[in-house]
Every structure is written in C-alpha cells, then in structure tokens.
Ligand binder design. Structure first.
Ligand code: MEV
Length: 307
C-alpha cells in the first residue's frame, strides 16, 4: 500500500499563528514524502527511512520518536493490538528542519498508507487530528498549521482552534523558494520566542497583532486577484520576523538577493533561523531570481505556482 504527502510553505503569519493569530499556508507539490507498507516474512514492524538514516524495528525506537509515536497512535485509534510482520519504507524529497513541513508530511503519508493497509479507513479530519498529536513531538506547542495544510492539500487561512478555512486564489502567482541549507529545528525557535514573549509580552503581542493584519490583507489581496500586493506585505512580515530575532544572516542575504534580482518582495518562511525563504516574482523573472539565490549561497531553489 502506498501514499504520499507534499510539502508546504507559510506565506504569512508563522510564529504569530502559535499565539492564535491567522496565517496563510499553501502546499508545495514539487517536494513530497512517499510511504510504502509491505507484508514482511519477519515478525514485527521494520521501518526504513534512508533520508534520516533510520533502519530499525518499531520496538527499538524511543517512546517519543515522532515516527514510532505516529504508528502507535494509529494502532490505538484503530483498536489494533497485533499486526502481521510489516515493512514500512519512507522516502522523502522534503528537506528536514527546513520549514517545508517534512515532519507533518511524513506523518500524513504514513498514516494514510498504514491505515489503508490495515483496513482502517480514516477521514481527513481524523488524519489531521492524529498528525497534530504527533507534531507535538517535533515541537512542543504546534499551532496545527503544518498538519492542516498538508492533510487537506489546499491553501489554508488558519487560526488555531478555529474551523479550517480554505482560501481561493483569484489570480495565480509565482513563488521562488530558496533554501539556506541550514537545518533549524522548529522546536528551538518556537521555545525561544516563548521565552521572549513571557519576558516582554507587550512588545511581542504588538508584533503578533501587526502580523495578523498583514495576513488578513494578504488573504484579501489573493482572493481579489491582486497578488502583486503581496510583495510589500512579505517585506513587512520579514522585517517584523527580523525584529523578533527569527531571521538569520543567511536568510537575510537570500531575501536581499531576491529583491535585488527583481522579486516583488521576500521573506523567510516557516520557523526561521535557517531553512527556507520565499520570494514573490513575476513569472518571467522566476528563473533569474532562482539563479541569483543560487549564486548567493542557496543550496536549492524551487519555483512554484500558487493557483
Ligand atoms: C512552522 O512551520 C510554523 C510555526 O509557526 C510553528 C507552528 O505554527 O506550529 C513556526
């Protein structure tokens, strides 16, 4: 049994979304996780995930291992106490700890493949909830945006704890994604930010409110077919993230390079401190902006059309 899940980018509102402000995220189908579940002659469950150098039996994984815990949560949900021998192969083209949703995508694809194999069909809502639980192992206080955009594979306007809103794209637009190549675990930036917020909640609440306004205006611009307005909003969102200490010199360099190469705006995307940035470009300039990012040190670029 096989299943896949794609990556994602956050267009606006990362981090503030953990504090109940709105954020916009879209799937990125150019990168994905593919999971295959096979019968195995040997007893127990064996997992191969070469991308993270994991070749181990389920029993050998620590209790809080993100992959092991997803499997156990699924068994619990489906009332399964014993399984035949199984082999699970996980292959991913989504870079780890890079803000593209690799953890959530592994969980979504794994739950889809395994639940079908075990004849325990699940709705997207059930999958989303199970993956949200597993996201807590990746970073203590997830907003739930990653699991939501990846499970439903649609553009989402997300507010923690509120019903999911899918937003419409009035006119397609092009985004160039640039990877700093620096892994940056979400857990660290999210918990750092929490410390700073606890120390100076007035300042950080103001940052979050400003970001919430940006996300609101961005949604309106996208829905009303005026994506060109997103450039300034990206620049503004990035400068707030810089003030919140969520950017890094490498991210700033790529953001600057994209703007100098003609992007309409650019910002970091995801948990920051490393990982990926995004730039809004006119379609005709996508290749040259991607080239400028590569010559400024990006380890990879992806051109994606949001439609
Ligand atoms: C990570 O993709 C997005 C963050 O806002 C964390 C979260 O929403 O859980 C940094």
């Amino acid at each position: 049994m096989k299943a896949s899940a794609s990556g994602k980018i956050i267009l606006f509102g990362e981090h503030a979304v953990v504090y109940n402000r709105p954020a916009l995220a879209v799937p990125v189908t150019q990168v994905h996780v593919d999971v295959e579940v096979l019968d195995s002659p040997r007893a127990g469950i064996f997992i191969n995930a070469p991308g993270i150098n994991l070749h181990a039996g389920l029993n050998a994984l620590p209790a809080d291992h993100p992959i092991g815990s997803v499997i156990l949560k699924l068994f619990q949900h489906c009332g399964i106490s014993q399984t035949p021998g199984l082999e699970i192969n996980i292959v991913s083209s989504i870079p780890v700890a890079a803000g593209l949703g690799s953890g959530a995508a592994v969980s979504v694809a794994l739950i889809r493949a395994l639940s079908s194999f075990l004849l325990c069909p699940l709705s997207d809502d059930e999958i989303n909830l199970l993956v949200y639980e597993s996201e807590k192992y990746h970073h203590g206080t997830p907003s739930g945006i990653d699991n939501t955009v990846i499970t439903y594979a649609m553009p989402v306007y997300f507010i923690k704890g509120k019903p999911i809103e899918i937003f419409k794209v009035g006119k397609p637009f092009t985004i160039v994604i640039g990877d700093t190549g620096i892994p940056a675990p979400t857990k660290e930036s999210v918990s750092d930010l929490r410390r700073m917020w606890l120390k100076d909640s007035t300042t950080f609440e103001e940052f979050f409110n400003e970001i919430a306004q940006i996300a609101l205006i961005a949604r309106r611009s996208i829905e009303s077919g005026k994506p060109e307005l997103l450039g300034d909003l990206m620049d503004h969102n990035h400068s707030l993230l810089q003030e919140m200490t969520i950017s890094s010199p490498e991210l700033d360099k790529l953001v600057e390079a994209a703007r100098n190469a003609g992007a309409l705006g650019a910002k970091l995307s995801g948990s920051g401190r490393g990982g990926n940035m995004i730039a809004l470009v006119e379609q005709a300039k996508a290749e040259s902006v991607a080239g400028a990012l590569m010559s400024t040190g990006a380890t990879r670029t992806i051109i994606t059309e949001i439609s």
